[in-house]
Design a protein around this ligand. Structure first.
Ligand SMILES: C[S@@+](CC[C@H](N)C(=O)[O-])C[C@H]1O[C@@H](n2cnc3c(N)ncnc32)[C@H](O)[C@@H]1O
Length: 228
């Protein structure tokens, strides 16, 4: 037996075709789902929503689908760069007949092209990629450049940013960024699912289901921007 025997078997050219076809199919699903938008399409719509609940890096967006089901009076937007993930939430929302949730394919730094300044009441960052390399710190969704953008979106009284993560390193780093940029901590726990915080915070995202099955604690913080 050589050391190569332990490796994943090599993919044949046809396997790549299947993976690419599956992705293509999911992209097509995104394009054909009523509540899913490319940024340029979204910008052409006549939108008047305010007090929006926005999730940045939403993945499938299934967490927001649950919240949108509970609160038909609110407007929800799931933002992610990956259409093949977002279409899952889009199709689920469609099958539930929800008309208060939208899925927009966009980068986080384009957020103020998705929503108007001051129109967001709640901004969720759930299981954001930790980007552990120091050289990638700017890509973390709690990096100072993103916090500046979020501050412009969150100007309502009581507007807050909510963060859930399994990454202790990202959580600690993010707390430092919040403190350095004048955000005020409202609620904090190192074990969300054992805490007595609101049940709605405990509704699980797609990644959260994976991590809790491995008995990992979920870190949670909510912060308010200080505009002074
Ligand atoms: C680890 S996944 C978590 C997905 C989801 N929030 C969950 O908990 O299931 C991180 C997501 O963030 C998205 N993402 C990372 N950087 C982004 C950026 N700059 N703009 C938009 N989405 C981003 C990725 O495409 C990915 O879907």
């Amino acid at each position: 037996m050589t050391s190569d025997d332990h490796k994943t078997p090599m993919l044949e050219p046809d396997d790549f075709v299947i993976v690419r076809k599956r992705k293509k199919y999911r992209f097509a699903q995104f394009a054909n789902t009523r509540n899913c938008y490319e940024l340029v399409q979204w910008q052409k719509l006549d939108k008047k929503s305010s007090e929006i609940v926005l999730e940045v890096g939403a993945g499938t967006g299934l967490f927001l689908v649950e919240l949108a089901t509970l609160h038909p009076e609110k407007t929800y937007i799931a933002l992610d760069v990956k259409a093949d993930r977002l279409q899952k939430g889009g199709r689920e929302a469609e099958s539930r007949g929800l008309n208060n949730i939208f899925f927009v394919r966009s980068r986080a730094d384009q957020l103020l092209q998705v929503v108007s300044a001051g129109s967001v009441q709640e901004l969720w960052l759930t299981f954001s990629d930790p980007f552990p390399k120091k050289s990638d710190a700017k890509r973390r969704l709690t990096a100072p450049n993103f916090l500046e953008i979020y501050k412009k979106a969150l100007v309502f009284k009581n507007a807050e940013l909510y963060m859930k993560t399994d990454s202790h390193a990202l959580f600690d780093w993010s707390l430092e960024q919040f403190a350095a940029h004048n955000w005020q901590i409202q609620q904090l726990t190192n074990d969300l699912h054992e805490s007595n915080l609101e049940d709605e915070y405990k509704i699980m995202t797609t990644y959260e289901k994976k991590w809790t099955q491995q008995n990992l604690p979920i870190y949670f913080v909510s912060v308010a921007p200080n505009h002074r």
